[in-house]
Write a protein that binds this ligand. Structure first.
Ligand code: SAH
Length: 351
């Protein structure tokens, strides 16, 4: 409890503090104290606003083989798809008419989508919807590619670091992937003026309190604009099929801690949280999150973007669905905001 109080006072944690805090994570009083502070800080920077992002999962082809992920290259049971440029634009159009002002293009690392194709797509989306922010989430690329996408108009980039412990990283990812390369990408993205999102899974196989302490220390060092934190959920066609899912409570606890460490961060109440707990996203908001990501992927492809088992498909992309989401957000004491929702204080240097 003492270390939680210190976190509330100082908004920072050493590695030792983080370990002590994690040892206290199951204490409901500590969790409540941190959630209260997290909500207070969110309110100070963003009022009661919760930002909506239209998620477009535009390809499930992937050249990587991350051991936990359902769409990894080695999974032969996946029906692969990729959306055409026209289909992506039509998803954006649907989202725009519903009032969304951020689109997130997420996919596997699909070699079909060359840098030129991605840059062209970014340009088209930004031309058609200049009032909207565009986020990319397409994995590790050389700095020159990130620069090209940025020059084409991309505003934000999501690349979870997954775990800040190098051995744990190797346990979750085959060669040649490395934590060093992942971190290098995140620093490149920051340097190029993106709003950058890092993040990690909670309860991934092999994760220890030491790993989570490293995650918290790394996040303070990187100081990203966004942090995606969701529970690990096993997928039937992976080596981790029999592993238990991550804890919803610990995920909520860590959301509060990260809100306090990075008060201006945009923190999504993730789909994985909503998958493990019907009230997961509302609980996420109550723990300090301030972003929701309704899915704009065409119905027929949504099931195929199969990162983990039983992924929630809530039909929020319809007008009724969004009205329902808006009600749920209001029940959590917040308001769904129909705006770009940039990180407070961005850009640090010209966009
Ligand atoms: N190719 C992109 C997008 C990856 S999918 C990239 O590399 O960034 C988006 C996120 O889903 C991943 O970063 C990972 O944290 C999460 N994810 C993948 N498999 C998962 C699983 N089994 N359980 C929970 N989250 C998972």
């Amino acid at each position: 409890m003492d270390v939680a109080k210190r976190l509330v006072r100082e908004h920072s944690l050493t590695r030792e503090d983080a370990l002590q805090l994690l040892a206290d994570a199951k204490n409901p009083e500590t969790a409540a104290l941190l959630a209260k502070e997290a909500v207070k800080l969110r309110r100070a920077h963003y009022g009661d606003k919760v930002f909506a992002r239209g998620l477009i999962e535009f390809t499930n082809y992937c050249k990587n083989n991350c051991y936990y992920c359902g769409i990894r290259r080695g999974n032969g049971h996946v029906a692969r798809y990729r959306l055409t440029e026209e289909e992506v634009l039509s998803c954006c159009g649907k989202g725009y008419r519903l009032g969304l002002r951020t689109f997130v293009l997420q996919g596997g690392e699909d070699p079909y989508y060359t840098d030129e194709k991605i840059a062209g797509l970014v340009r088209k989306v930004k031309e058609a919807y200049p009032a909207c922010a565009l986020t990319l989430s397409i994995g590790e690329k050389p700095r020159r590619s990130y620069r090209m996408f940025r020059e084409a108009g991309a505003d934000r980039y999501l690349l979870r670091h997954e775990t800040a412990d190098p051995d744990h990283y190797r346990f979750l990812h085959p060669q040649p992937m490395s934590l060093e390369a992942r971190k290098g990408c995140l620093y490149d993205l920051k340097d190029l003026g993106y709003q950058v999102g890092a993040g990690f899974m909670v309860g991934s196989p092999g994760q220890t309190a030491e790993c989570l302490a490293s995650d918290l220390v790394f996040l303070q060092e990187l100081n990203p604009h966004m942090v995606g934190i969701g529970p690990f959920v096993p997928h039937r066609d992976t080596r981790f099929a029999q592993e238990p899912a991550g804890s919803v409570e610990l995920t909520l606890f860590l959301l509060s801690v990260v809100r306090i460490l990075l008060p201006k961060a945009l923190l999504p109440a993730t789909t994985a949280l909503g998958t493990l707990d019907l009230q997961g996203r509302e609980k996420g908001l109550a723990a300090g999150a301030n972003v929701v990501m309704p899915n704009l992927t065409p119905e027929r492809n949504r099931k195929q973007y199969d990162l983990y088992d039983h992924k929630a498909c809530t039909g929020e992309e319809s007008a009724e669905g969004l009205a329902d989401l808006s009600k749920r957000v209001a029940l959590a004491g917040c308001q769904l905001a129909w705006e770009r929702g940039d990180c407070q204080g961005w850009p640090e240097k010209g966009p």
